[in-house]
Ligand binder design. Structure first.
Ligand SMILES: Cc1cc2nc3c(=O)[nH]c(=O)nc-3n(C[C@H](O)[C@H](O)[C@H](O)COP(=O)(O)O)c2cc1C
Ligand code: SF4
Ligand code: SF4
Length: 261
């Protein structure tokens, strides 16, 4: 039974969970969604797709990849997200999206992980940062066992929407102006060595590095990859991110250019 795991990860959490799933399954392949040729998906029995929750949703920009997903042999798909506070209705919405595309969603669950956004406001080495970086490995293992059950014993656990979460989706929309302000506040400071890494890791080609400048365009999705991958921590968002945590996943070594899962 061949399983394919595809994921998007900005700062390593979703990659970490994808790797745990891969390591626990037989005959599973795992790849970042950006680099996987979509036409190959139809050769697998089951697709597992993972994403981080941004503003109560599966990030919109991922649709450029998911819209090209052909159905798997069994049409089965397993969905997972990583989130820090509440996934709101992201899993239910994602399940509806894939069902409309003809997939049969057999398992869909969100996993609580450290907040890549909140950590960026916490001083490195502070007690608050240590607390916010804690990972519940037991809950990840329980989730991985649920995935295994869904694949090998055909059990199902579909995501449920929750009307209590519906207002949160609306509240998240109120953050759009704040997010736009944060995107405009992104800059490379004097520490920049013009290495070009931020340009390479940006999933939306939003960054151009020249000999003199780092230019940010209008396509930012706030995935924080550039911020966390810059080798000299030169990328700041406004005044509050100097000396704060650059989260690279629970293992501390997430690198979207190298990490295979
Ligand atoms: C722009 C942005 C928006 C976020 N919105 C939410 C949210 O609505 N709910 C939540 O629980 N976590 C939210 N988070 C936290 C991330 O979902 C969480 O840290 C996730 O595990 C990051 O995954 P990654 O490391 O694979 O990118 C947000 C993070 C960012 C950067
Ligand atoms: S990754 Fe950092 S050092 Fe390298 S070009 Fe970008 S801002 Fe400059
Ligand atoms: S500019 Fe940075 S935060 Fe924005 S999408 Fe690109 S890598 Fe992500």
């Amino acid at each position: 039974m061949d399983t394919l795991i595809l994921y998007f990860s900005g700062t390593g959490n979703t990659h970490f969970v994808a790797k745990r799933i891969k390591d626990s399954l037989q005959n599973a392949e795992c790849s970042a969604v950006e680099t996987f040729p979509p036409e190959r998906i139809k050769n697998y029995d089951t697709l597992i797709f993972g994403f981080p929750v941004y503003s109560c949703k599966m990030p919109e920009f991922l649709k450029q990849f998911t819209e090209k997903f052909p159905l798997t042999k069994s049409k089965r798909i397993i969905l997972f997200s990583t989130f820090a506070y509440t996934p709101c209705n992201a899993m239910k919405d994602a399940a509806n999206y894939f069902e409309k595309r003809g997939f049969y969603v057999v398992f869909a669950k969100g996993i609580k992980m450290p907040g890549s956004d909140a950590l960026l406001l916490l001083k490195k080495g502070s007690r608050a940062a240590k607390k916010a970086s804690q990972v519940n490995l037991t809950s990840i293992e329980q989730f991985v066992n649920g995935v295994k059950d869904a694949i090998y014993s055909n059990s199902t656990e579909k995501a449920q929407g929750n009307f209590l979460f519906a207002p949160l989706g609306l509240i998240a929309k109120l953050f759009i102006p704040i997010e736009n302000t944060l995107k405009r506040a992104m800059f490379a400071d004097e520490k920049c060595i013009h290495c070009g890494i931020c340009e390479k890791v940006c999933p939306t080609n939003n960054i151009k590095v020249t000999e003199r400048k780092v230019l940010f365009g209008k396509e930012c999705v706030l995935c924080l990859r550039c911020v966390s991958q810059c080798p000299v921590e030169a990328i700041q968002i406004g005044k509050f991110t100097k000396g704060t945590v650059r989260w690279r996943g629970p293992s501390g070594d997430f690198n979207p250019l190298k990490n295979k899962c």
